[in-house]
Design a protein around this ligand. Structure first.
Ligand SMILES: [Zn+2]
Length: 392
């Protein structure tokens, strides 16, 4: 007897919101630069080896090559050669439009000068976009214009409020700068002033304005809590600036207890390999959401298993989609493509085992693709820039 299964139509009917991503670069890429954008390592692959020999590299040769008029599984050399023959803008448009993402929530705080802006991304993708503010970057921009340390707390609050007139949420990289085992308590304004004084003295001595002071990072997060924002946390897998063992989201447990009734929503990003821990937190805390973006691309053909694990404890109203793409349009395309493919494979397995019916599957697809992000970020239809594919 044939079963009714989930089909691509379920995804076509749902708006796809990429709730955490960055812009693409738009210039012809040499192999070394391309390879640097398909690894989380900060260093070249060892001599005689290639970053392409990975799940992500294999997925690019399999799924992206046909979008550049090449056969699937073409060599990395031929892929890069063909890519360089095309205009960079053409490559971006082909891959971004094929991704089928309707709305991008773009975090602009990382290498913002190297990548396209949110309006440019909307244009290349023929989609809508919004911005998400990185708290640590905001502090770094603010501090250089500050007269005295005593101004810091109020100036930061005012600056954040101004940014939030257009941005839809904030992001923190406390995982990178502190580790998630930071003191969960709200710092006092006196502590903030003392910390700002220390930071200003460092900058005065010729230091780069790089926010590493724990009190000020915690203060930024608490300001976002008070503003009842959607707050993205980097969790788990990332470049070697993180101490991965200090990026387990369970380290946030006490802070999550303290913020449960604040009105803020907490979005745990990437989460791999702690996605089951993140699912537990989303399960018990009403204000917690999570995704497995970034990991999906890096685990490639193994992504259905990660998706399946991310759907164990996480309530269906708390799962989000993100690509966490940076730099390459390939990463947007694969993020969306492998997500749709993996979700379909996992849910259809459950339907075939007579555990699920197709209606439950279609409802989950609508939630993960867009409904959950709309609720978590309190988004209104449309987006700040561009127009959604489904818009009139
Ligand atoms: Zn990111």
């Amino acid at each position: 007897m044939s079963q009714t299964l989930l089909t691509p139509a379920a995804f076509a009917a749902a708006e796809l919101v990429d709730h955490h991503c960055h812009g693409v670069v738009e210039h012809t890429l040499e192999r070394r630069e391309f390879e640097s954008l398909i690894t989380e390592s900060n260093w070249d692959a060892p001599e005689g080896t290639s970053v392409f020999d990975s799940q992500l590299g294999t997925a690019i040769r399999r799924w992206c090559a046909p979008l550049l008029d090449l056969d699937a599984h073409i060599t990395a050399e031929r892929y890069l050669e063909r890519r360089a023959e095309l205009e960079p803008r053409d490559v971006n448009e082909r891959l971004l439009r094929a991704a089928g993402i309707d709305r991008y929530l773009i975090e602009t705080g990382y290498r913002g000068d190297d990548i396209l802006t949110a309006p440019e991304m909307a244009h290349r993708a023929d989609a809508a976009s919004d911005t998400v503010v990185r708290l640590e970057r905001l502090a770094e921009q603010l501090v250089v214009s500050l007269g005295t340390a005593a101004e810091y707390a109020d100036a930061f609050r005012a600056h954040l409020a101004e940014e939030l007139k257009s941005a839809v949420g904030v992001k923190t990289i406390a995982a990178y700068r502190l580790g998630l085992d930071f003191d969960p308590a709200r710092p006092s304004d006196a502590e903030v002033t003392a910390a700002a004084g220390e930071w200003l003295r460092e900058i005065g001595a010729g230091g780069e304005p790089r926010l590493e002071h724990a009190v000020l990072i915690r203060f930024g997060i608490w300001c976002a809590v008070d503003a009842q924002q959607a707050i993205q946390f980097h969790i788990g897998f990332g470049d070697p600036d993180v101490d991965l063992h200090r990026c387990d989201p369970l380290l946030l447990t006490e802070w999550l207890r303290l913020t449960r009734n604040s009105g803020a929503r907490v979005l745990l990003l990437h989460c791999y390999p702690f996605h089951r821990n993140a699912g537990y937190l989303a399960h018990v805390f009403p204000h917690v959401y999570c995704d497995v973006g970034l990991a999906i691309n890096y685990v490639g053909a193994a992504s259905p298993q990660v998706i399946s694990e991310s759907l164990e404890l996480t309530p269906f109203d708390k799962v989000l989609f993100s690509s966490d793409a940076f730099g390459l349009p390939e990463l947007y395309f694969l993020g969306a493509h492998l997500f749709r493919r993996g979700v379909t494979q996992v849910i259809n397995g459950w339907i075939e085992n007579d555990e699920w019916d197709v209606d439950t599957g279609e409802r989950l697809v609508r939630k993960i693709c867009g409904e959950n992000a709309m609720r978590a970020y309190k988004l209104t239809p449309g987006g700040a820039f561009g127009a959604g594919r489904n818009a009139a």
